[in-house]
Design a protein around this ligand. Structure first.
Ligand SMILES: Nc1ncnc2c1ncn2[C@@H]1O[C@H](COP(=O)(O)OP(=O)(O)OP(=O)(O)O)[C@@H](O)[C@H]1O
Ligand code: SF4
Ligand SMILES: [Mg+2]
Length: 340
């Protein structure tokens, strides 16, 4: 991976500062989907955002793409204040940041040919004029994502899952964005096709100097693409750093648990193993546990973990993690149980 981002350039491409997103619901009460997340992503960098179901990954994606507003906190993308964007500023922002979804089928009209689906985006944004113009640009976009121009005449159901995801990426690229937020873009695909899409995304990042936030529940998946990884648990970042640092020093017990859950070919087995090394289920985000949110499932939990929320503290220049026990071990303090 090239040396990019990580705060090296003057201004990051994406910045989240103390971002909170709470949903007031009737049945569940207040859902703490995101609780105090701060992250930066450099120009041309790929941040992998990882965690189990319900930890707030898609909520983060919706906030980054201005589909929703944060309850509090600050989000900037390409120097623009996302929360404050209105009118033309919001339109500009939506061109700068594009989302790629897990299931491109859901966002494609089954009665619309692929060429028309991509052409529509070009016309809406005023990026191509006449019919010939649109046709030429659609062909360019299809070729960019490794599809033959003939795909333009097909309907969504005539494509394979991998081809549909390539179309989803082509549609996102149609507005010439700087940032792609990819929400589990390969999770629904066959294992063999996943690698092809990951390779395509890596090539596009290099060719077009794109910045990605790549969301996955699977740490191993992120490994092939991400420069840095942020691990989320119940609405908070528990560990964040360069891929090698997070993978080699395995600092947070939750990251360790995700690492132990190496994906296997059988999806049923994969599901059961994903959480195999940690006890129980993720608690309801409407009732997050006091102290460290991971404490009811953590094999290392002590009394202090049930009372005091650990801070995200730096380990070296670019690596941060939030865990009382591991921070104490690193500091070389004598071990002891409980709060004094
Ligand atoms: N519109 C909403 N109203 C109420 N609660 C919501 C809403 N959207 C998300 N949530 C809740 O916020 C929490 C985070 O959800 P989110 O979809 O961001 O998780 P996720 O990490 O993307 O999960 P998954 O891996 O299943 O996609 C969950 O508890 C979810 O139920
Ligand atoms: S702070 Fe405590 S409960 Fe939380 S991860 Fe560390 S050891 Fe486990
Ligand atoms: Mg999600």
């Amino acid at each position: 991976m090239p040396e990019v981002g990580g705060g090296s350039s003057a201004e990051p491409m994406i910045e989240l500062r103390d971002v909170v997103k709470h949903y007031r619901t009737r049945g569940r009460g207040v859902v703490h989907a995101i609780d105090g997340v701060s992250l930066t992503v450099g120009h041309g960098e790929i941040l992998g955002l990882v965690g189990e179901s319900g930890c707030g990954k898609s909520t983060t994606a919706r906030l980054l793409t201005a589909l929703e507003q944060p309850t509090s906190g600050r989000i900037t993308v390409a120097g623009r204040d996302v929360a404050g964007a209105r009118g033309s500023g919001l339109r500009e922002l939506r061109r700068t940041v594009q989302m790629v979804f897990q299931d491109p089928y859901a966002s494609l009209d089954p009665r619309q040919r692929i060429g028309d689906a991509i052409g529509e985006v070009l016309r809406v944004h005023g990026l191509a004029g006449g019919k010939e113009d649109v046709r030429r640009e659609v062909t360019r976009l299809l070729e960019l994502v490794g599809l033959l121009p003939g795909i333009a005449d097909r309907f969504p159901h005539q494509l394979s899952g991998g081809q549909r995801q390539r179309v989803g990426i082509a549609r996102a690229l149609a507005v010439r964005p700087q940032v792609l937020v990819l929400d589990e873009p390969v999770s629904a695909l066959d294992v063999s096709v996943r690698a092809e899409i990951i390779n395509l995304l890596a090539r596009l990042r290099d060719e077009l100097t794109l910045t990605y936030v790549f969301i996955s529940h699977d740490l191993a998946m992120v490994r092939h693409l991400a420069d840095r990884v942020a691990v989320m648990y119940l609405g908070q970042v528990v560990e964040e750093g360069p891929w090698e640092a997070v993978s080699d020093s395995a600092t947070h017990p939750y990251t360790e648990a995700l690492q132990a859950a190496v994906p296997v070919a059988d999806p049923e087995l994969e599901r059961s193993r994903r959480t195999g090394s940690v006890r129980g289920e993720v608690p309801d985000a409407a009732r997050p546990p006091a102290g460290c949110r991971f404490n009811p499932r953590c094999p290392l939990a002590e009394d202090v973990c049930r009372e005091v929320a650990p801070e995200l503290l730096p380990l070296g220049a670019a690596h941060r993690y939030a865990c009382h026990v591991r921070q104490r071990e690193r500091a070389g303090a004598p071990s002891g149980r409980g709060v004094s």
